[in-house]
Write a protein of this length. Structure first.
Length: 106
């Protein structure tokens, strides 16, 4: 994944976060990125761009539902990520991380 693709992901996500509540906006996604990257320092095998993309997209589904939003977020993100021409393996890893970010699914 390129920096340009990551910037496109941020713009896409922001279009959803602009319409959500104050607790699940782009600031929340940015803080999630910040803390996830700090945690990832202990795991050198983690692809940081995939991690960042998943963190940015993890709550976009809240625009439609609260309960089950991880699955809705992945559903909304999938066609966008595929259109960005990100490698399919990376798309699947991002979507997996989004789907399992719920405590219920960990």
């Amino acid at each position: 994944m390129t920096e340009k693709q990551l910037e496109e992901i941020k713009k896409f996500a922001n279009s959803f976060y602009e319409k959500t509540d104050q607790f699940h906006d782009m600031r929340h996604a940015s803080l999630t990125v910040k803390y996830a990257l700090k945690l990832a320092k202990d795991y050198p095998e983690v692809n940081l761009k995939i991690l960042e993309a998943a963190c940015i997209l993890h709550d976009i589904g809240r625009i439609n539902v609260d309960e089950g939003h991880p699955y809705e977020s992945a559903k909304l993100a999938k066609p966008f990520l595929q259109n960005l021409e990100i490698e399919q393996r990376e798309v699947e890893e991002i979507l997996h991380a989004i789907r399992v970010h719920s405590v219920k699914d960990i």
